[in-house]
Design a protein around this ligand. Structure first.
Ligand code: GAR
Length: 198
C-alpha cells in the first residue's frame, strides 16, 4: 500500500485557509495534515488546530532560524510537504533545501502584482483599492528563497467594483482561496508534476 503524503501547515493568523485544508483532507485517501507550525502564540489558527486535534507548535524567531529545531520536529512527524497558509516570515534556505519543490504558498493577489516583503493580508487589498484595478485574485506558488517569487501553480481572478472597500475585496479573495487552495494542494501532491524529477 502507498504511504500517505504528510502535510505540515505553517500559519500566523486567523487560519481560515488552514481550517479549509484540515476539513478537505480529513479522511483523504492519500494525504493527511499532521501538524501546524505557528509563530504567534495568540493566533486564532491555534484554536482551530486544537479543535481538529492537529498537533501544533509555536516557534519564536530564534527557534525558526535554527535548522535542527524545525527539521527534527518535521522529521519526527514524517512531514513530506509544507503548506503556507497566511504565514508571514520568509522561509529560510535550510527549509527550502530540505523540501525542494515541496513548499507551497498562497498569496492574496495576482502576482507579480502586490507581492514582496511587507505585502500581506489587508495591506494587499488596500493597495489594490488604491490602484483602482478592476480585478484582483489569488496566486498559489512554490516557495523559493525570495518572497512571492517561486513558480506559479495556479491563479484565479475576481472582479473589483469601484465601490468595494478593502474589506469587501478581502472577502472576495478569501472565498476564492477557500474554494481553490485545498484542490490545488491535492493536485500538486498527487500529480507530483513539480517534483524531484525536475
Ligand atoms: C490569506 O488571505 C493569505 O493569502 C494571506 O494571508 C491570509 C491569511 O488568512 N497570505 C499572505 O498575505 C502571504 N503573503 P487566513 O489566516 O484566514 O487563512
Amino acid at each position: 500500500m502507498h504511504k500517505k503524503s504528510r502535510i505540515a501547515i505553517f500559519a500566523s493568523g486567523t487560519g481560515s485557509n488552514a481550517e479549509e485544508i484540515f476539513n478537505y483532507f480529513r479522511n483523504h485517501h492519500s494525504i493527511e495534515v499532521v501538524c501546524l507550525l505557528c509563530n504567534k502564540p495568540e493566533a486564532q489558527v491555534l484554536a482551530r488546530a486544537q479543535q481538529w486535534a492537529i498537533p501544533a507548535r509555536v516557534v519564536d524567531r530564534n527557534e525558526f532560524k535554527e535548522p535542527k529545531v524545525v527539521l527534527d520536529w518535521l522529521a519526527d512527524k514524517q512531514v513530506t510537504h509544507i503548506v503556507l497558509a497566511g504565514f508571514l516570515w520568509l522561509v529560510p534556505e535550510y527549509l527550502i533545501d530540505a523540501f525542494p519543490n515541496r513548499i507551497v504558498n498562497i498569496h492574496p493577489a495576482l502576482l507579480p502584482k502586490y507581492g514582496g516583503r511587507g505585502m500581506y493580508g489587508s495591506k494587499v487589498h488596500e493597495a489594490v483599492k488604491q490602484s483602482g484595478d478592476r480585478e484582483t485574485g489569488i496566486t498559489i506558488h512554490l516557495v523559493n528563497e525570495k518572497y512571492d517569487e517561486g513558480r506559479v501553480l495556479f491563479q484565479a481572478k475576481c472582479e473589483v467594483d469601484q465601490s468595494d472597500s478593502p474589506e469587501e475585496i478581502a472577502n472576495k479573495v478569501h472565498q476564492l482561496e477557500h474554494t481553490s487552495y485545498p484542490r490545488v494542494i491535492e493536485n500538486w501532491i498527487e500529480n507530483d508534476s513539480w517534483g524531484a524529477h525536475e
